[in-house]
Design a protein around this ligand. Sequence first.
Ligand code: F6R
Length: 613
Amino acid sequence: MCGIVAYIGHKEAYPILIKGLQRLEYRGYDSAGVALLNEKINLFKTKGKVSELVSHTAHKDTQGTIGIAHTRWATHGEPNSTNAHPHFSESENIAIIHNGIIENYESIREFLLQKGYKFRSETDTEVLVQLIEDVKKEGNYSLFESVRIALNQVVGAYAIAVISTDEPDKVVVARKGSPLVVGIGSEGDFYVASDAAPIVEYTKSVYYLDDEDIACLKANEKLHLKTIKNEVKDPLTEELDLNIDALEKGGFEHFMLKEIHEQPDSILDSMRGRISAKDNTVKLGGVEDYEKHILDAHRIIMVACGTSWHAGLVGEYLFEELARIPVEVEYGSEFRYRNPIITNDDVVIAISQSGETADTLAAIDLAKRKGALLLGICNVVGSSIARATHAGVYTHAGPEIGVASTKAFTAQVTVLTLIALRLGFLKKTIEEPVYHSLIKELEDIPNKVEEVLKTEKLIKEIAAKFKDARNFLYLGRGINFPVALEGALKLKEISYIHAEGYPAAEMKHGPIALIDENMPIVVIATKEGNYEKIVSNIQEIKARKGAVIAVVSKGDTTVAAMADYVIEIPKTEELLVPLLATIPLQLLSYHIAVMRGCNVDMPRNLAKSVTVE
Ligand code: F6R
């Protein structure tokens, strides 16, 4: 779970690499490094963020038109400058950057130690670069061949870029299990990165490496591509559909705030061309050919992690309510380790913003081996999960850069609503007027989100009041229970305040013991759903002096009379409430975190895509 960038061409590599790392910093930010290839390799690395690398390299020789760079999220070895990438081989003739994990690194390290190799770091990556050097020495192979042969001895995941002083006009790149994109520049140059963000301002023509692809990049020559099994391949390039503005903060203080405010558009984009109230239709081109298969499914299993798992829980409610298909929602990380019963009558839906989450990927691999049909709901086009599934529906929320997921969640819920509506329509499990009013209301959701965003000033005041709380409870019922979970996760991850999400009625089975005057409790108490029940739950809280922050339907007076703070959201259909109720909770977490001085876009210990187990 790191970001890697490489460049080879006629321009100065250093500024391109640093800018690229800054664009990828959301993938990891505990150390960073860069290596530039001239007659020798100049290598610089530091603990900390890319800005620290920039300070470290000031006044140093960073010239060169070939280079590799890395921003790290530590797996093997603590985050310090020794363990930072790039890593040298023993002779310092070869340097490597790596995203992934070499699982059999201990046995390879043992083998190399016996041959007299010495290691500077605790990383699995250094083992790989030493192995490449060993293969090169033993067989007198080219760099490309040495990397290829070495990769055949490796178990695990990798996206790598390798340079060598012996062949100072090449960069060798390869991938398996971790993403890697090569941008083909118009001046005979190549841009390499973990995703397209560092590439898009230079070129839109890209090749996404497949698993076990290995490529040799040389300025002014065509991309030379093989598999690590030595089969020659033709690189099929694609045109990037990405706008550079989407990668900038656009006047907002943080990416997270920008992304929260983008939700009227991102929700609209996730529905665009797929829904029409005028024609009374929902159409999903990506899964059209599989609709019969889905309708015949015994059950649907949604696999995901974190926020995407919460979207899956909303999806369960939607699918069961609208299409009457049984749904199970699984954590990718648990599912893969418990020998689940899956047959070819099952449909597995993987939900992932990044499309790179290792646990979700492993879960769908398992389901594929057991014969299930796999569908993906991913945000990143061309990502590993999007490619590993049989079909899918992209969320089209645009790049999400803040580590805390916001607009991706509402886009996932929108797409799940569309699928549930489509299946319900085909299965005739939704009555025509309900179907029509849901479509109509869904089309209006972006306007209503716009309205919810206007509550930000009030939310800031609430944030100021509760920013020093040590614990929070979030309560919701029915389809709003996952919203409570999501609200609690947002607060935990960016403000480091302990928070728990609970189904409101479960409170009396334990968590009620926590409630006193120091406990803020966020309750989703909209008119739609189990309103009377939620009102009783609020009374139970107030009887114990808890401070209630209630998200209510516009015009509500009952809850307003009981709660300490109320945030009004527009009325909507019960099934669509999560699309509105989530937004105040995102804003509350954001403002609390800012007031506590936390790094909102890069919370400690986290990274945007978790590509390790
Ligand atoms: C929370 C968050 C994480 C991700 C999780 C899954 O704000 O960002 O919990 O939701 O790591 O990531 P994706 O959706 O990329 O598979």
